[in-house]
Write a protein that binds this ligand. Sequence first.
Ligand code: CAA
Length: 403
Amino acid sequence: MIGDKLRYTYRNDVGRVTNMNIGIDKLHFFTPHVYVDMEELAEARDVEPAKFTIGLGQTQQAVAPITQDPVSMAANAAWPILTDDDKEAIDFIIVGSESGVDQSKAMAVHVHQLLGINPFARAIEMKEACYAATVGLQTAVSHIARHPESKVLVIATDIARYGLNTSGESTQGAGAVAMLISKDPRVAVINDDAVSYTGDIYDFWRPNYSTYAQVDGKFSNEQYLSYLETVWTEYKKRTNKTLADFKALAFHLPYSKMGLKGLRQLLPEVDEAKQAALTEQFEASRVYNKRVGNIYTGSLYLSLISLLDQSQDLQAGDTIALYSYGSGAVGEFFSITLVEGFKDMLADESHQAMLDNRIQLSVADYELIFQEELPTDGSQLVLSEDEEQFQLAGVEDHKRLYK
Ligand code: CAA
């Protein structure tokens, strides 16, 4: 039985030792309904299209209209998977993001209200570049170990913006991933094996006064791979596992070729047959990311969803390794193990339909949408209705209004 070897041993506050499986019970993503084609963007920027489609591994890029901000995207990612019972049981909402809309108020408070979650709940926002949702997951596991009947909603939501005509423009994107964490999860158990590593570097950052990220592109690529090497080496030492123990790996994908570079760094450790098998799984893990672009905190989990939805040969009991990287920087390597019946919990058809039903923007229209801004002087702006369940409806007196 997989369950037996995965069960957490947790000593609660009265000293009783309990065993339980904790992990992902449901997961779902949202991306706005408009995108720009990467070949068209390349032509407009006088770049070989193959640089974007092969060199970076991106075919489409999601664009966030002004009506979709990180709050509305977070709510849009979560609502399709939540039942009334879930909303009652959730007593903790964690939103991981590096696109915060307020320096003080957590986006999770808006999301809590929009989703109609039990009022006796905690709501916080976490930040460490693209890593925050991972620490959100680990925090959720600890919370449930202490409060086994509760459920935690972890949402990663971001809009990746580098600016028009910048070298980072080709790695923008927008979207959110929602994960419901509980005991006896129906998708995957989160194993207690995480190895994290922190170092103070400037590879990618966004000062408070800037709407665009600052980035040292080449350095960020190098650090992503260097942190992978560090956490993987330590992980092997602590767990005695090898690459052969994993059925698949999911990587943080700022652009999908980055994960391929990470995978190629590890592959020489296994034989040719296993290399081919892991590469095939990697291809499944980047299908959605190629069409969405970078969604920062959610990118690793979008890749996990892509893997689960698109891979043909994953089975209960398979262990998947995850590499989380947040610039600045924190890296973490950990694993999850799929449980019996996980396929029944996937929203693969709705994910596919969401991507297929999007509208392609011309590069000129993308540029116009990209440059739209909310007033910053307290004046009122009423936005027109979009087609999503939740949207930003406007701003007034420096407050955001949602619908
Ligand atoms: N056909 C095929 N491939 C081509 C090509 C062509 N005609 N022309 C170029 N390429 C390839 C290049 O060889 C290169 O591939 P390799 O890296 O495998 O050598 C690839 O296309 C990209 O080319 P460049 O490095 O010249 O591209 P660039 O100067 O435009 O920079 C980038 C690319 C550094 C990713 C830049 O878009 C950027 O700064 N992005 C933001 C930062 C980022 O995403 N960093 C990732 C790690 S940090 C992180 O993960 C956190 C996060 O989310 C930001």
